[in-house]
Design a protein around this ligand. Sequence first.
Ligand SMILES: N[C@@H](CCC(=O)N[C@@H](CS)C(=O)NCC(=O)O)C(=O)O
Length: 225
Amino acid sequence: MRVLYHYILCPLSRKVRLTLAEKKLDFSLEQERYWEKRPAFLQINPAGDVPVLIDLNGSTVCGAYPIIEYLEEAYPERSLIGETLTQKVEVRRLMGWFDDKFARDVTMPLVMEKNLRRYMSGTTPFAPNSHVIRTAQAAINPHLDYIAWLIDRRNWLAGEQFSLADITAAAHLSIIDYLGDVPWDKHPLAKEWYMRIKSRPTFRALLQDRVPGTMPSIHYPNLDF
Ligand SMILES: N[C@@H](CCC(=O)N[C@@H](CS)C(=O)NCC(=O)O)C(=O)O
């Protein structure tokens, strides 16, 4: 069986899970608490980060971008990166937007304060930084405005076709939605786009995710929210 080493609130892992599902490739999940630096995992990926994919033929692919490029080349049947060079550039630009900018402004601060800090604070009592949380909660608004701006002009984020740009943005937003920090009511166009993605069969497994010690928002599993 194909294996994906992941962390449940890692957006890059979620992006790879969605990509595998969209390509109809079966896989099993191994959750890796990467901050523990498990020696057996460091042997698989000396960088110590997730996601890592071990494919059926034994190929080990480390890192979300190498995995995505690998899957596109090894399983080209259902391409998610666009057909023309112009489309591919736009998909990659938007992947970068969410994996770099959105992650820095929103995903990583919220995941760190609301989830990871409890594991990484060692003997120090777990105390989320409310200033960091409020700053990230405010920073999501221009990103949702940008999604709305794109969706006002296109069917999907990078153009007429569903692509890795949508998968990447949805992977990040699914985590923020789990934490209850997406102000959907203020952003109806972004909500309409996310509802379309959330109702895809490939999204179902993510909606069943539960993080020990961190309850999901009430609407997290609901297709109509
Ligand atoms: N270069 C890797 C980086 C992935 C990454 O930063 N993953 C985070 C979890 S979302 C991680 O494993 N970090 C390890 C660490 O901070 O030590 C990729 O593109 O996939």
